[in-house]
Design a protein. Structure first.
Length: 305
């Protein structure tokens, strides 16, 4: 049994949306901080009270630690980003992570209650297995292979693999235009690197993070970066004079929240939050990705298996 009190009613969502129009980006704030200045409701909704989740080892661990430890990305603008100037974490995934923390009764604006750990794609499963983090929110595609080691709540977002190229590149027009002479950069342990190896003759260069790949693209050391279009759009938006997306997406990536394997009580808690929290989801989407060109439709969650 669980008891949560959500105060994410229409007025709070409206206030959140107002806050985001007032100061969409670059608002200085503490890490995990207030979402738009004094008095505004945070976009992720109110902090729940009297939460209990029975038979959840993850929730028991959180309760005894007195804080939530979340795994995130911090170099993916629009999704999971640590602003080097303000020290503020931003993005759709970060706000989803905050929404979960708030729903568990932990205030994301209180840095002693929610801690973030940046974890690269290749190290996510192990971080969950080790218990280094309580859950992971960071462009993490649900796959059967990963489900052998961990569990997922969601999906909470859909995107597809794409290609990022130099703005003046007219040769690469999509996956099928890649040849044995094309050098494509992606990230170790990701689904896109595997797919580009399996489905194209391209030469593949790999790094721990996508921002490293983007640097190589800007320096002319690689011809393209491949990963989810939602991620690539964030990099393109930061440098539209030099970067563009080439062609159409060629996979379906379904983002889930990574959890300790078999914690079905925690999985159900997060899935229920996603199912019942459409307005909060929409507000988080609009704030972070509304202007990005990606689809703003919330997917239905998978049944707990
Ligand atoms: N969604 C893909 C994956 O989970 C690529 C993005 C990432 O590496 O986080 O592998």
């Amino acid at each position: 049994m669980r008891k949560t009190r959500f105060l994410a009613g229409a007025s709070i969502i409206a206030a959140g949306l107002l806050a985001l129009t007032a100061c969409n980006s670059g608002t200085p704030g503490a890490e995990g901080g207030s979402e738009g200045g004094s008095g505004d409701a945070p976009v992720y909704g109110a902090v729940a009270t009297d939460v209990t989740i029975e038979n959840s080892p993850t929730f028991d661990k959180i309760q005894s630690a007195g804080k939530v430890v979340v795994g995130v990305k911090e170099d993916q603008p629009g999704l999971g980003y640590l602003d080097p100037v303000t020290g503020e974490r931003k993005g759709f995934d970060v706000d989803v992570a905050r929404w979960i923390a708030a729903s568990l009764g932990y205030d994301p604006a209180d840095t002693s209650k929610v801690e973030y750990k940046a974890i690269a794609s290749a190290n996510r499963e192990q971080a969950l297995i080790n218990g280094d983090i309580d859950y992971y929110v960071g462009t993490y595609s649900i796959t059967d292979k990963r489900k052998e080691q961990i569990s997922f709540a969601g999906p909470y977002f859909l995107t597809g693999q794409g290609l990022l190229v130099a703005a003046d590149n007219d040769t690469i027009t999509g996956k099928d235009s890649l040849t044995a002479e094309t050098t494509v950069c992606s990230v170790t342990g990701s689904t896109p690197i595997q797919r580009i190896r399996e489905q194209t003759p391209a030469q593949v260069v790999e790094f721990d993070t996508y921002s490293q790949c983007v640097e190589k693209l800007k320096n002319g050391e690689v011809d393209a970066v491949t990963t989810d279009e939602a991620i690539l759009l964030g990099y393109a938006a930061q440098d539209p004079d030099n970067l563009k997306i080439a062609g159409e997406p060629f996979s379906e990536e379904r983002y889930g929240v990574g959890l300790a394997k078999g914690d079905t009580a925690f999985q159900e808690f997060v899935n229920t939050m996603f199912t019942d929290g459409g307005e909060t989801w929409q507000a988080i989407f609009e704030k972070n990705l509304g202007a990005s060109g990606v689809s703003g439709e919330q997917p239905a969650v998978d049944p707990v298996s």
